[in-house]
Design a protein around this ligand. Structure first.
Ligand SMILES: [Zn+2]
Length: 414
């Protein structure tokens, strides 16, 4: 038996057993001077610290939060965890005036990371991925969705998904695999994109499904990548293989991607920077969760953020994620995303926290196990060195994580 005592705020996110909408996003279930009882990695009970303290069996291991904030481990529902190399040259080129689209047109962008990832040895790729996994843990994140998409050949895509599986055994970070073979058209198919689409549908999807290597299928639905009609074909094939859908839509242009996500009943529609009222209404109608990625807007030096307030007003079960990748969103930090959500999208700190914990968990079909600190759920939590959880969004650029626990075991301490 373990117990946490003396949290200035134990932020439980307790509430209805579904993703939160509207005013529910603001109710994060704070227990002041809180405590929590943990047995065998599972939350047994939460309550005032003095009440919990009176119930402790003699041999209980006590973790003294000493007036700090305790939160559920963050759930990051959109990451590109596995890649080799970096894109710092492009980072500098953008500062010198080049746009993301111009860099991609010259063979940079996703294709440059594909070249480096293909060239990496299995061991290199695993070590890099473990390093990324540790970054997430350091930021207070205990579960991430991890996409493939930097292989873009049958063998390289399968290798990335196997890396997710292998690294998942080595890190306490929980990984949820997503197949993103339709991330870009690889160089060798530049003149025959249709042939690459056929490879995705006829070779990659059957192999991913047969190896049970992914829970979801994703696509970069965007002008110059995969248009609406092609996206519909690939994703319909994915559904035949019993993969659920997540989609990159309406990031650079409003191409009707949100409407397609609604039509296909995707679990999530991600990005949505260019989505207007009709797309928002379609997502609401179909029960699709929006995953907003403000760090990608920030890192590309753009100013048009997704319309979070309109989505909340429409009753959408909003999710926030990092979009961690080497090019457009090189951050594993959900605290940084909270800062952007509050300052740039006018979400409240409570709404941001709900979006990256319980709502993200439901978007990954794990709402019954993680995302809140309630009896019966995994004891995944992070202790932050502050007195009020809103400080995590307010003070940006400084790590406030004190320690992180997965299933009751400490996996990081500063
Ligand atoms: Zn992405």
């Amino acid at each position: 038996m373990k117990a946490i005592l003396h949290a200035s705020q134990l932020v439980t996110l307790a509430g209805p057993e579904r993703a939160r909408v509207g005013s529910e996003l603001s109710d994060v279930g704070i227990i002041r001077h809180g405590g929590m009882l943990i047995d065998d990695g599972v939350v047994l009970e939460t309550g005032p610290s003095d009440v919990i303290e009176k119930k402790l069996p003699a041999d209980t291991e006590v973790i003294d939060a000493a007036g700090r904030v305790v939160l559920p481990g963050f759930v990051d529902a959109h990451t590109h965890l596995v890649f080799a190399g970096n894109r710092v040259d492009e980072f500098e080129l953008r500062a010198r005036g080049a746009s993301y689209e111009e860099i991609a047109a010259k063979g940079g962008g996703i294709r440059s990371t594909v070249r480096k990832t293909r060239a990496a040895t299995d061991d290199d790729l695993q070590q890099r991925t473990l390093k990324h996994a540790n970054w997430f843990l350091e930021c207070g994140t205990t579960t991430v969705e991890a996409k493939s998409g930097y292989g873009l050949s049958l063998n390289d895509e399968l290798r990335i998904l196997r890396t997710v599986r292998e690294v998942g055994k080595q890190t306490p970070l929980e990984l949820v695999p997503t197949f993103l073979g339709a991330h870009a058209i690889p160089e060798e198919f530049a003149d025959a994109p249709e042939r690459y689409v056929a490879v995705v549908i006829n070779e990659m999807l059957p192999a991913v499904a047969a190896g049970r290597l992914a829970e979801y299928c994703d696509i970069f639905c965007e002008r110059g990548y995969f248009d609406i009609e092609t996206s519909r074909r690939i994703l319909s094939a994915a559904k035949q293989h019993r993969l659920n859908l997540r989609m990159h839509v309406d990031q650079l242009t409003n191409s009707g991607g949100a409407a397609l996500a609604a039509e296909l009943k995707a679990a999530t529609a991600d990005h949505l920077e260019q989505t207007e009222d009709d797309g928002i209404a379609a997502l609401k109608q179909a029960g699709v969760q929006p995953v907003l990625l403000p760090a990608s807007v920030y890192a590309l030096g753009k100013t048009r953020y997704p319309r979070a307030r309109a989505m909340i007003d429409a009753g959408l079960a909003i999710v926030l994620a990092t979009d961690f990748n080497p090019g457009s969103s090189p951050t594993p930090s959900l605290p940084m995303v909270f800062s952007l959500a509050v300052t740039q999208m006018k979400m409240t700190p409570a709404e941001a926290l709900t979006a990256a914990t319980i709502n993200a968990a439901y978007s990954l079909e794990r709402g019954a196990e993680i995302g809140s600190l309630e009896a019966g759920k995994s004891a995944n939590f992070a202790i932050f060195d502050c007195e009020d959880f809103r400080e995590i969004a307010c003070y940006f650029g400084i790590p406030q994580t004190h320690s992180v626990y997965v299933r009751g075991e400490r996996v990081f301490a500063r």
